[in-house]
Design a protein around this ligand. Structure first.
Ligand SMILES: C[S@@+](CC[C@H](N)C(=O)[O-])C[C@H]1O[C@@H](n2cnc3c(N)ncnc32)[C@H](O)[C@@H]1O
Length: 415
């Protein structure tokens, strides 16, 4: 169980738990202060923290308040990933506090319900909420280029840590944060209150934004979307900057920075680097169903192997843009199914099988999924394999597109 947390006079926190010797107020507080300073110094050295204002925020906001309990990933080579519950009580003040200030994401909820206080040993599950790694949180706050007095909409409150940093920098009255999960939102609200911040917290689908405190000067999403929700444009004004991770069902992902250019329009670029967030809940696909694959369906050799689906990079994003409704399923050795199958809801499929001399693809259904992927990858290669930072995004009320150097462009899905 979490202990009660009281504010120390200097803004640090002290944990107390029934049945344990009272802790000397100074010790953990001083230790946390040192850890915060070290984190800020490390993030500055790495280039994630670039301004004195955000550095002051990192040095002041106690991350440990937002992760009184979380899951640590258990390294293992076989079986599903396991998640080990961590808290001060279970793991000791020292280990918990040290982990709280490491530059890693801490998972705080599995499968939309389980928190680390619900279990006593490592469990498997799918992460559905977390405190994002500080280097990414701060890189994004810096990329957002806020100015004093800006009003910010954050989508994905999670633990509330990034909202707290925003409150420190811009004032709590200027921060609105939306979280889809009521339990997660309630925990974040309590943590923010303990740390002394009271931003506008909304429980709801971030896709609809937060009209009551609009318009916003900046919009930042800490969960990934397949397209830019229309409401964000409606709740912006010309010049508003939107920072969001665009991702999809083939694993392609990248951080996009857009500037609102007019009524319902925006344009911008993908930013450099690998940025991946858990998808916004409504942007997850329905479970993929493998269609009946006809033995007669046309098969042919293909020089393009499944690495475009399995390796992060611009090619993966190009493939995803070519077949935005497709999902990728892979099968290990011993299965009598092809190693890799692309499927989409209209029962189109492309099945890749390894042979001694390369790959064979068998396609069926109304769309030729692998033909689409091959054409897009061939065009991208002919354009000298540009990186994602050269991919441009345009947003209008009727269409959102990604433009890739070499004259290619793909429409983003609309739902
Ligand atoms: C990576 S966490 C956010 C991290 C957070 N900013 C922090 O500092 O702790 C992503 C959060 O987005 C939330 N989320 C997912 N889909 C959402 C949606 N459609 N609207 C609002 N929040 C959503 C998840 O429940 C999860 O808590």
């Amino acid at each position: 169980m979490d202990g009660a947390i009281h504010r120390a006079a200097n803004g640090g926190s002290i944990r107390e738990r029934a049945g344990r010797k009272p802790v000397t107020p100074d010790q953990p507080t001083r230790h946390a202060t040192e850890l915060r300073k070290k984190l800020a110094a490390d993030l500055t050295k790495a280039g994630n923290l670039r301004s004195k204002e955000w550095r002051a925020a990192v040095e002041s906001v106690p991350r440990e308040e937002f992760i009184p309990d979380f899951f640590a990933k258990v390294d293992r080579t076989d079986g599903p990933t396991l998640w080990d519950p961590i808290s001060a009580q279970r793991s000791g003040d020292e280990r918990w506090l040290k982990l709280a200030y490491e530059d890693i994401s801490h998972v705080t909820q599995l499968d939309g319900k389980t928190t680390a206080t619900d279990v006593t040993e490592a469990v498997d599950g799918n992460p559905t909420s977390s405190s994002t790694m500080p280097s990414l949180v701060l890189r994004m706050w810096e990329d957002l280029e806020v100015a004093d007095g800006n009003r910010v909409l954050e989508i994905g409150t999670g633990t509330g840590y990034s909202a707290a940093l925003g409150c420190y920098r811009l004032g709590e009255e200027n921060i609105t944060s939306v979280e889809v999960d009521p339990e997660v939102a309630a925990r974040a609200g309590r943590a923010l209150g303990r740390a002394g911040y009271h931003p506008h917290l909304i429980v709801g689908d971030g896709e609809t934004g937060a009209p009551n405190t609009a318009p916003y000067d900046r919009i930042i999403a800490t969960c990934a979307f397949r397209y830019i929700p229309q409401a964000w444009l409606d709740q912006s004004r010309p010049g508003t900057i939107i920072l969001v991770t665009l991702s999809g069902w083939l694993g392609g992902t990248g951080l996009v920075k857009l500037t609102v250019t007019g009524d319902g329009t925006a344009e911008g670029q993908f930013l450099p680097g690998y940025v991946s967030f858990m998808p916004a809940r409504a942007h997850n696909p329905e479970p993929a169903i493998i269609p009946k694959m006809s033995a007669e369906s046309a098969s042919r050799t293909t020089s393009l192997g499944p690495e475009v689906l399995t390796t992060y990079g611009p090619a993966q994003l190009v493939a995803q843009l070519a077949v935005p409704e497709a999902q990728h399923i892979s099968f290990g050795p011993g299965s009598d199914l092809p190693e890799h199958i692309l499927v989409q809801p209209d029962d189109s499929y492309a099945a890749l099988s390894a042979t001694a001399s390369g790959w064979i693809v068998r396609q069926g259904g109304p769309a030729r999924l692998w033909d689409e992927v091959e054409t897009a990858i061939t065009d991208w290669r002919q354009a000298a394999e540009p990186g994602i930072e050269s991919f441009r995004v345009t947003v209008a009320s009727d269409e959102q597109r990604v433009h890739i150097p070499g004259g290619m462009s793909s429409a983003l899905p609309r739902k």
